[in-house]
Design a protein around this ligand. Structure first.
Ligand code: SAM
Length: 234
């Protein structure tokens, strides 16, 4: 299957194993991943946010219940919410999630915005689990026609070492541990040397202690900068 499908399937398989109840997809784009996730009955709250509201609106109606959902209700309860907003801003409604996904998003942010993203996601939203995917630049030698970046809007593409060092710092700062994996395998015999086409970090919040940086980030004030575009209850 194409790589974008493999990335989304990775999340779906993770959801099947870990059964999060509240899931938010950051940079949800045309809601492709959310549409796959709505079939997973453990999920009670499914939220998407993207800075590009027009992109979200284009296909969001695919998240509406179809008539069979009412005739044979297979959902215990499901609420879907879509927002326009930037992952560099804190919004109180995004706290308390079990799983946050960020698929091919961070490479579109400037380094300063990546810092804000880390603080917002790991320091403010403080979800139990986080899945982050981003291109592995070491793999680009296998991509014909890619001289610099895979996409003109990418602000950077990281090697495995660069992704690892960002991820380790996040873990230290905000009290998480991380496992590295990926999708899209290199040709036979070269997997070790270059790694996966898409690199993925799966982060787990360390239990039982609030990290000092998390406490600093968490001011008591409620914040609502995101705009609600769509909401449906099954
Ligand atoms: N996650 C989707 C997927 O896997 O197909 C879309 C990936 S697309 C390459 C990157 C998305 O991130 C775009 O929809 C873009 O509008 C969004 N994006 C870029 N900067 C953002 C920001 N600061 N806050 C929220 N979304 C952002």
């Amino acid at each position: 299957p194409p790589l974008h499908k493999q990335r989304h399937q990775f999340v779906v398989d993770f959801v099947k194993r870990n059964k999060p109840k509240k899931v938010v997809d950051l940079g949800c784009g045309e809601c492709t991943l959310l549409k796959m996730l709505k079939f997973h009955h453990e999920i009670e709250l499914l939220v998407g946010v993207d800075v590009n509201g027009a992109k979200v609106k284009k296909r969001m109606h695919g998240l509406a219940p179809i008539s069979t959902d009412y005739l044979e209700p297979s959902y215990d309860q499901l609420c879907v919410e879509l927002y326009q907003g930037s992952v560099t801003q804190k919004d109180t409604r995004f706290k308390g999630f079990d799983l946050v996904t960020s698929i091919e998003l961070i490479e579109h942010l400037t380094p300063a915005d990546v810092e804000l993203f880390s603080e917002v996601v790991f320091g403010y939203m403080t979800p139990k689990m986080v899945i982050i995917s981003t291109p592995n630049s070491e793999f680009n030698i296998f991509m014909p026609g890619v001289s610099c970046y895979r996409h003109s809007d990418h602000k950077f593409e990281w090697t495995r070492a660069e992704f690892r060092s960002w991820a380790m710092k996040v873990c230290l700062d905000y009290g998480y541990e991380v496992e590295f994996t990926g999708v899209g395998k290199a040709p036979q015999g070269q997997q070790e040397a270059v790694g996966f086409c898409t690199q993925i970090g799966v982060f787990y919040q360390l239990g039982g202690r609030d990290c000092c940086k998390t406490l600093l980030v968490n001011d008591a004030e409620d914040l609502f900068p995101y705009t609600l575009l769509y909401k449906v209850n099954y």
